[in-house]
Design a protein around this ligand. Structure first.
Ligand code: PXP
Length: 255
């Protein structure tokens, strides 16, 4: 039985990339073998049954975790909404236009990074974005741009016709000094306010966990959080459904 999201509460999109990371660690060369586990589709089903409002997956150019077949299987299995995180290359753009996820979140992608390292530079990439966004929107896909909480980036995202931004919370999440953390939180508040003034809808994510998510939920205007690593990490010990429920309890109490 699937749980309905609570109205007016921040929604949770669960990123299941790292379920595939674990599978690839052992079965990269044997993906069709019956032993190839764990299954990201099963993780998505369990996350949805525990109340997730969406499933997020990043198809990277190097296919280090999610594979094309995973995305097609998710497209069929996901009952809430599927958010494809993608770097802006022609190959992945064409993939998105074939897959037809509900949402895409465009991220910068660098082969040598461990994970997405920072927000997109919407100013430097404006000609690519200006060409891609209308194609995605014409296909009925909601487009979000993953950006740092920087005023010029917010203005550029609005100018490019994005419907959503996803505010990069990585600097906030990684800050260990309390003053630095509160300064990063303040940047996120100001960015969200500016984005609302430009009519942008706002998601947020990266590096959020059970300890640091609550203050982010208090930022006015944030509609959805995309969280992966911490939920998948907790799921190893208590299972995906309980890991999602525990995250939702914190988000719902704080928002
Ligand atoms: N949002 C975006 C745009 C991301 O690139 C990622 C990482 O894939 C996330 C959210 C989730 O980050 P984390 O795994 O740190 O929760």
């Amino acid at each position: 039985m699937s749980c309905q999201p609570i109205p007016n509460k921040i929604r949770l999109g669960v990123n299941v990339d790292h379920v595939a990371t674990l599978r690839q660690a052992r079965y990269r060369e044997m993906l069709n073998h019956p032993n190839a586990e764990p299954c990201p589709i099963q993780a998505a089903r369990e996350a949805e049954s525990a109340g997730a409002s969406g499933i997020t997956a990043h198809l990277r150019s190097d296919r280090r975790h999610m594979q094309d077949a995973d995305l097609f299987a998710l497209r069929k299995a996901v009952r809430t909404k599927l958010n494809l995180e993608m770097g802006l290359t022609e190959e992945i753009l064409q993939f998105a236009l074939t897959l037809l996820p509900d949402d895409v979140c465009i991220v910068p992608e660098n082969r040598n990074e461990v994970t997405t390292e920072g927000g997109l530079d919407c100013i430097a990439s404006q000609s690519l974005l200006r060409a891609a966004i209308p194609q995605l929107r014409k296909a009925g896909i909601h487009v979000s741009l993953f950006i740092d909480p920087i005023p010029d980036q917010i203005r550029a995202a609005a100018d490019l016709g994005a419907e959503f931004i996803e505010l990069h919370t990585g600097c906030y999440a990684n800050a260990t000094d309390p003053n630095e953390k509160s300064a990063e939180l303040q940047r996120l508040y100001e960015a969200a306010k500016l984005a609302q003034n430009y009519g942008l809808r706002i998601n947020a994510g990266h590096g959020l966990n059970y300890q640091n998510v609550a203050p982010i939920c208090k930022i006015p205007g944030i509609e959805e959080l995309n969280i992966g690593h911490s939920i998948v990490s907790r799921a190893i010990f208590i299972g995906m459904a309980d890991a999602v429920r525990q995250m939702l309890d914190i988000i719902h109490s704080a928002s």
